[in-house]
Design a binder for this molecule. Structure first.
Ligand code: SF4
Length: 432
């Protein structure tokens, strides 16, 4: 968007009759792939002259498939994205020449049908990219919270995941660039930042100097105006006594950690090619609970991974009960073409996945309700974000959502409130 604006284009909605339509595709799940294909196909129904451009992760890994979709004109990989305007303009110039030639009846050598249907593919091998690409950094900034991308790529190659193929190897963003952006954000009055990336635990591993995630957090903690620093999904392997001890000294760090566990059974974890055991994960949870009061641990779990027997699932269930996550995001495994897991034997049937997923959702809801109830009658500090029908909602530092009835404008205010009622995972509070 930014590149088109800089080149003098006007950004408009799809129903405002655009000339160029760009789909930033995603490949995190099969559903994301399907949605990307649907978005690319559908849009030309209304306007046949539209130039349709596919960019992003799904474009990076599925160029052969996208080649067969005739509604698409240009496919660009993640590396080519920054030159999108140039690619589009070259394409337009070429099309104009072809159309003029056809009109002038000088087109004996041009296959008109092919010229209309052929799409152009520019997808470089992303695994060769070594630098963090500053272009296209999008800071999703609401009035109270901004997400800051600090890292890209992954070296882990979990057996079910295509991200390393779509995003390449780990690349960390320059620390000065991050500090500069957060300083600018703080001047706008935003109080909370969320640090994101594909694998933020690996931040700095590609630097020559010894500067890791914890060093960055110590620097960000010094920036005036920012009141809260939240970490996006964190690989459990980074959490050592030393890491947690240094982290706990930073007063702005939110005591909420999303640790992607994926399975609570060692055999399943091994097949997933995850880099830890349940025993190691248990220690991580203990360390975080030791250093952070009221810490809120959340996680992602995949159910129905190939070969997951009833016994393996029961191990997972038992482990999850023991760790007692506040919230678990449950994903039913779905095979991704081109992954190791896709070819594994003993794929689990849909009904079993549904049942296992349901069991874990119930456990997650129960944990959440129990955890929320602990706060009833106690003072908590909430950063309020938005209002609907006279009810303001916001989050505590450990990411508990709290609602408060108020006629005042509470947006971007951090206020002490007392939760007094819990109903189906929703907390209602009052002013003390
Ligand atoms: S850690 Fe595993 S699941 Fe996460 S992005 Fe890397 S390969 Fe994918």
């Amino acid at each position: 968007m930014q590149k088109f604006e800089e080149a003098g284009y006007t950004i408009c909605k799809v129903d405002e009759n655009p000339n160029i339509y760009v789909v930033n595709t995603c490949t995190v799940t099969n559903i994301a792939d399907r949605k990307s294909r649907q978005a690319l196909r559908k849009v030309k129904e209304k306007n046949k002259d539209l130039i349709v451009v596919a960019v992003g992760c799904y474009a990076q890994i599925a160029k052969e498939k996208l080649k067969t979709i005739e509604e698409i004109d240009i496919v660009l990989g993640n590396k080519e994205k920054k030159d999108i305007v140039q690619y589009v303009e070259n394409y337009l110039e070429k099309k104009n020449k072809e159309n003029t030639a056809i009109k002038n009846k000088n087109a004996q050598n041009i296959d008109e049908k092919n010229a209309e249907n052929e799409n152009e593919i520019y997808v470089a091998d992303i695994s060769k990219q070594k630098d963090f690409d500053e272009y296209g950094l999008v800071t999703y900034s609401e009035k109270t919270r901004a997400t800051i991308k600090i890292q890209d790529g992954c070296n882990n190659f979990c057996s079910y995941c295509l991200i390393p193929y779509a995003r390449g190897r780990i690349r960390s963003r320059n620390k000065d660039s991050i500090i500069r952006e957060v300083t600018e954000i703080s001047k706008k009055g935003i109080k909370e930042i969320v640090l994101t990336g594909i694998h933020i635990a690996s931040y700095g591993k590609d630097f020559e100097e010894d500067y890791k995630l914890i060093d960055l957090l110590e620097d960000l903690n010094k920036i005036d105006g920012i009141k809260r620093i939240r970490l996006g999904s964190l690989e459990p392997t980074i959490v050592t006594q030393e890491f947690a001890s240094r982290l706990s000294k930073l007063e702005k760090i939110c005591n909420q950690f999303h640790l992607s566990l994926q399975s609570g059974c060692d055999e399943t974890l091994k097949r997933m090619n995850r880099k830890y055991t349940t025993e190691e994960f248990r220690k991580v949870a203990e360390i975080l609970r030791k250093y952070f009061k009221d810490v809120n641990l959340t996680t992602d779990i995949i159910v129905g991974f190939p070969g997951e027997t009833e016994k393996e699932f029961n191990n997972t269930y038992k482990f999850l009960k023991e760790i007692a996550f506040y919230k678990m995001h449950i994903f039913k495994y779905s095979p991704r073409e081109g992954t190791v897991a896709e070819k594994m034997p003993n794929q689990v049937d849909g009904k079993t996945k549904d049942e296992r997923s349901q069991k874990l959702i119930e456990l997650s809801n129960k944990n959440q309700e129990e955890y929320n109830k602990k706060y009833l009658g106690k003072i908590v500090e909430v950063l309020f974000e938005e209002e609907k029908d006279g009810i303001w909602s916001g989050y505590t530092k450990n990411y508990i959502k709290v609602n408060l009835k108020s006629d005042e404008n509470l947006e971007n205010q951090i206020i002490d409130v007392i939760p007094e009622k819990e109903n189906s995972q929703i907390i209602y509070a009052r002013i003390p």
